[in-house]
Design a protein around this ligand. Structure first.
Ligand code: AMP
Length: 437
């Protein structure tokens, strides 16, 4: 039997409706904040991610799925490597959404001089070659937003407020969510800080794991996230970024917190919060669903240098992304669900084969009027058609037999009250729609 790839899922039935519901909530809420939807290609040049996410991150070094056509693969094998490939031939499946949106914004000049900020949201599949486990997939779905062109701390605060409102509208109990915030500084103070952390790790080299020693040179801040308990202990005494911010970054961070306080939002300041991707500057934030066992259900931050890294003019940016599958798990752990009930329908029942034609036209008329309609295609008995109608959660049945055809009418049966009525064929669509409310 054919099997799906480990770490991937089929979205179907209630699970698919849950994903659609999440997108509907996003469309309405983000729309109110002035965001338009964007969809970028699932494949981009490797360089788009390397420039944006950072060559030293796990996502780029180990988890990015590379894409080769069969013909290209043959060329690479014949040449003994991909060294001769042009940048545009080196492709990858997107592991996250921001780099692609920023690439699109640079290419399409979404933020011309003097223009208002570009506000975009997306709902897309992401691909990461991770070891599959609960809440960690190789193909998963994210909803995210990006604001390009606004350095103001109010935008940082509004993004966080909108994110927390999103969780509330999805049905989360806000008291069981923890919002953590931090500032990672900008190009100047961050570089100094990284160096201090590197020195700290090297001074504690005997106590730390090999991974962290490797991180010390390529991406020292990642040592804060090491899963190794001992490293975690040691890093508790490491210099904190919040003690190393320049005056401008400190003022920006203070302003963001003042806005969050003003909005009455509960948050925890976590000076060890350093998000995994290289592009973050200043504000970063992450949300955990407490006691859900799935880890972070969303996070984001400011990336004021990213547009330049992707070849654009210096343009500040900020965004966040949330993971659909983890949110579904975390909500279930709180006793909630993203699933909406399966839609009901109208069932057109056929008493005998002679009425098939009349059933066919009635079904067509209902569908053209936008009514979700089902009928029998397997020659079932009338009794078994009614059972089928129940299984399909039909709230109204239209029954057509010899008498109905002879009198140019149909029987309309309200399945909730069991009342039925003979209605002239010319009027039955209106009657059905009235019953459906
Ligand atoms: P990140 O881009 O890593 O900050 O991820 C943002 C959100 O996407 C996380 O908070 C998770 O909810 C979700 N996410 C990230 N990686 C995975 C994965 N491998 N499988 C499922 N969800 C993920």
């Amino acid at each position: 039997m054919a099997q799906r790839i480990q770490g991937t899922e089929d979205l179907v039935g209630g699970y698919m409706r849950a994903w659609q519901h999440m997108q509907d909530v996003a469309r309405e809420l983000f729309g109110a904040y002035g965001f338009d939807q964007i969809e970028t290609p699932a494949i981009e040049q490797v360089d788009t991610f390397v420039h944006g996410i950072g060559a030293s991150t796990d996502v780029v070094r180990k988890e990015m799925f590379r894409v080769f056509s069969g013909a290209l693969m043959e060329r690479i094998l014949a040449a003994g490597g991909e060294g001769g490939l042009k940048a545009r031939q080196r492709m990858a499946l997107r592991p996250e959404g921001t780099a692609g949106v920023v690439r699109a914004a640079v290419e399409g000049n979404f933020v011309p001089q003097g223009a208002a900020p570009a506000k975009l949201w997306y709902a897309e599949a992401m691909f990461r070659g991770e070891r599959p486990q609960r809440g960690r997939l190789r193909q998963f779905h994210q909803i995210g937003v990006e604001v390009l062109g606004a350095p103001d701390a109010a935008v940082d605060a509004e993004c966080v407020i909108m994110l927390m409102e999103f969780y509330r509208r999805l049905g989360f109990d806000a008291t069981k969510l923890q919002l953590r915030v931090n500032s990672m500084g900008d190009a100047s103070c961050r570089t100094r800080y990284r160096e201090r952390v590197r020195t700290f790790i090297l001074a504690h080299r005997d106590e730390m794991c090999d991974d962290c020693l490797e991180r010390a040179d390529i991406n020292p801040l990642r040592a804060f996230d090491c899963k190794n308990e001992r490293c975690h202990e040691v890093m508790r005494d490491a210099p904190l970024v919040t003690d190393n911010l320049c005056d401008d970054c400190e003022a920006h961070y203070a302003q963001v917190k003042a806005y969050l306080d003003e909005a009455g939002l509960a948050y925890v300041e976590d000076p060890t919060l350093v998000r995994g991707l290289d592009y973050y500057t200043r504000t970063v934030f992450e949300v955990d669903a407490l006691a859900s066992g799935v880890g972070a259900i969303g996070g984001g931050g400011r990336y004021d240098g990213l547009m330049e890294l992707e070849g654009g003019k210096p343009t500040p940016g900020i965004g966040f992304a949330v993971g659909f599958e983890r949110i579904a798990l975390a909500l279930a752990a709180q006793g909630g669900t993203l699933e909406t009930p399966a839609p009901g329908c109208v069932y057109v029942a056929c008493a005998a084969p002679e009425q098939r034609q009349a059933v066919f036209s009635a079904t067509l008329a209902l569908r053209q009027a936008g009514v979700r309609t089902e009928a029998d295609y397997q020659g079932r008995s009338l009794k078994s058609q009614f059972k089928q109608a129940d299984r399909l959660r039909a709230s109204v049945c239209v029954v057509i037999g010899a008498d109905e055809v002879a009198t140019a009418s149909v029987t309309v049966r309200d399945m909730r009250t069991h009342e039925q009525l003979l209605v002239p064929a010319a009027e039955f669509v209106g009657r059905v729609r009235a019953l459906l409310g």
